[in-house]
Design a protein around this ligand. Structure first.
Ligand SMILES: C[S@@+](CC[C@H](N)C(=O)[O-])C[C@H]1O[C@@H](n2cnc3c(N)ncnc32)[C@H](O)[C@@H]1O
Length: 243
């Protein structure tokens, strides 16, 4: 099988036995943005004032090896099986590619995207999967998925844009497909260290879903941050299903 790295690769990964091995993975694969990417970055609408590019090395170190298996397993239990082969999962706002890689190693057809050029490069290297550079606000894809995983990523979309973004993600789920999203627990929107956050409580999340008629809430639950130095941060996890 030919594997092509980089952005905008449309190849499916069905029936690919050539999975990356856990032992063979390079733990941190950050590279400084290449000159050709700087222009690309400037043409895009600002998506975080470049926070994830400026702080890529530290962010990757802090998040690449965090154990998210219990959350992934809860999501995977809700992802419908297909008759023809493995289910398709999209890692939306993949960051380091940690979860995309795990889904792929677990046998799922996995694709991923992120707005940050540095994260796209790091995730491509870490997962050995094609990762696209794309913003939630511009999201489009040429096929649907059985599951979409948006771990700690939709939280950076402005509240005014969130309903439309969620509806668009839902449009790319098969019937009964699963969507997972997580937000920091809190009320309203805030700016912190050059990042925009839309925080959620169970109530504000329910109100958001009222604007997304094709998504039904399966469950919400709270968890502590998995990073040892962030135990005080609370997360609201939400699992939804396409109706
Ligand atoms: C807190 S990190 C989470 C990364 C990864 N999902 C994880 O759980 O480790 C947020 C990610 O969302 C990406 N991101 C931020 N705004 C975005 C947007 N508007 N569209 C797509 N990705 C975005 C960032 O580049 C970053 O990789």
């Amino acid at each position: 099988m030919t594997r092509t790295k980089g952005c905008r690769v449309d190849k499916g990964l069905a029936n690919t036995p050539n999975r990356p091995s856990i032992t063979g993975a390079n733990p941190i694969t950050f590279q400084k943005p290449k000159r050709k990417d700087r222009g690309k970055q400037n043409c895009q609408k600002s998506y975080m004032n470049g926070f994830y590019d400026t702080n890529a090395e530290k962010f990757l170190q802090d998040t690449q090896n965090v154990d998210m298996s219990s959350l992934r397993d809860r999501f995977l239990a809700a992802v419908p099986k297909t008759y023809t082969g493995s289910s398709r999962i999209l890692d939306a706002g993949t960051g380091s590619g940690r979860d995309a890689r795990s889904f792929y190693l677990a046998g799922y057809e996995t694709e991923a995207f992120d707005a940050s050029p540095s994260m796209v490069r790091a995730a491509t290297d870490f997962s050995d999967l094609p990762v696209r550079q794309m913003r939630f606000e511009d999201f489009e894809w040429e096929h649907s998925f059985e599951g979409i995983w948006a771990c700690a990523s939709l939280l950076h979309v402005a509240r005014d844009d969130l309903s439309e973004v969620m509806r668009r993600l839902a449009d790319h789920l098969v019937s009964a497909g699963a969507l997972y999203a997580s937000f920091k627990v809190g009320d309203g929107e805030r700016q912190e260290a050059a990042r925009h956050f839309t925080d959620m409580t169970e109530e504000s999340f329910a109100a958001l879903l009222d604007d997304c008629p094709s998504l039904r809430q399966v469950e919400t639950w709270r968890t502590e941050d998995r990073r040892p130095d962030r135990k005080d941060d609370l997360w609201l996890n939400a699992l939804m299903r396409k109706t």
